[in-house]
Design a protein around this ligand. Structure first.
Ligand SMILES: C[S@@+](CC[C@H](N)C(=O)[O-])C[C@H]1O[C@@H](n2cnc3c(N)ncnc32)[C@H](O)[C@@H]1O
Length: 334
């Protein structure tokens, strides 16, 4: 496999522009992910009328392989979310861990697919930013208020709690704080629950992500976990990605678990999850509906398919389930 790469391809999926303190580099990845998503949306890769309210349009173009990569990522995660919502007939919760500026809540509402309650968690500093945008932009606040029957909306600097949507500022490595805050926002451990970590676990040590996965498996009887992140990181491409990020003070502390699809599945299975599946993003791309692939491939010319293949072989989508046989959670597949 080729080891040649555009500089942008190898860092843009998780890079950061300024990292001064330990977690600052990790927090910076939020900006980068949302900039990439906004750019891809602006070209027409997928429809998201909400992302523009959270992040400006990047002045610099993102490479076509990056945009296609984000398309596959958003498509893959969204397919699994919808499969879970169908199985549970929306009588469920979604907890998006390290949600950054994710807009899934608003997009699900537009499709009339909201779960009983949708929670998001991220560092307090990121949540403060997100809440500021929500407060100032009616297209973001109106859908929340519309679903909220009471007069008052619980909102302070690091937390928003409403009937169907909550945003919580917390560190995912501090599980007692996380649980306390989620419970304060009426998280119901009896409801089938989908937890999502999109490009998040890799920033924690293997021990910290194992604890988070264990906590999630022990907290809910019927649950599913979606994890999107790096894979096949033991090769030259992986090494370059690690080095580039380290130079920017952004440590991929959990890279050890990103060795292979097997190591990804093994982490889920050894931390309380009963089934685990994983596909690399090239495999997922090859399984995308042909009409969608033709549409997005006509948006921008990509001269070297090798660049796409190389990038996509280094990311994966994993999902795991626990309980919920009566709902058919184990049958969910991409
Ligand atoms: C690459 S961004 C992805 C954001 C979002 N999931 C997406 O895909 O657009 C990683 C996010 O995880 C958050 N994060 C990483 N480690 C965290 C931790 N220990 N506690 C809370 N949030 C964390 C970061 O602040 C950032 O918003």
């Amino acid at each position: 496999m080729a080891t040649r790469q555009r500089e942008s391809s190898i860092i843009s999926c998780c890079s950061t522009s300024s990292c001064d303190a330990d977690d600052e580099g990790v927090r910076g990845t939020c900006e980068d992910a949302s900039l990439c998503k906004r750019f891809a949306v602006s070209i027409g890769y997928w429809h998201d009328p909400y992302i523009e309210h959270f992040v400006r349009l990047s002045k610099e173009r993102k490479a076509p392989e990056i945009n296609r990569g984000y398309f596959a990522r958003v498509h893959g995660v969204s397919q699994l979310i919808k499969a879970f919502l169908r199985k549970t007939e929306c009588h469920c919760q979604i907890v998006n861990l390290g949600a950054g500026m994710d807009t899934t809540f608003w997009r699900l509402k537009d499709e009339d697919l909201l779960p009983s309650k949708y929670f998001e968690v991220d560092f307090p500093m990121i949540v403060t930013r997100k809440l500021h945008s929500i407060k100032c932009k009616p297209p973001l606040s109106s859908p929340i208020l519309e679903l909220h029957s009471e007069d008052t909306l619980q909102m302070d600097g690091h937390i928003l709690d409403s009937k169907r949507y909550a945003v919580i500022g917390a560190d995912l490595r501090d599980l007692s704080e996380l649980e306390e805050k989620l419970k304060k926002c009426n998280m119901n451990t009896q409801l089938p629950t989908l937890l999502i970590a999109e490009c998040v676990l890799v920033y924690m040590t293997p021990e910290q992500s194992a604890n988070l996965l264990k906590w999630a498996a022990n907290s809910f009887e019927r649950a599913m976990f979606i994890n999107y992140e790096q894979v096949n990181m033991g090769d030259r491409f992986g090494q370059i990605m690690i080095e580039n990020l380290r130079r920017r003070q952004c440590d991929l502390a959990g890279v050890e678990t990103c060795k292979s699809l097997e190591s990804q599945k093994e982490r889920l299975l050894s931390n309380g999850w009963e089934t685990a599946s994983a596909v690399d993003m090239m495999e997922l791309y090859n399984r995308l509906p042909r009409a969608e692939v033709s549409r997005i491939e006509s948006l921008e010319f990509l001269d070297e398919m090798e660049l796409l293949e190389q990038l996509m072989r280094h990311y994966c989508l994993c999902w795991a389930t626990k309980g919920g046989n009566e709902l058919g959670l184990k049958e969910i597949t991409y």
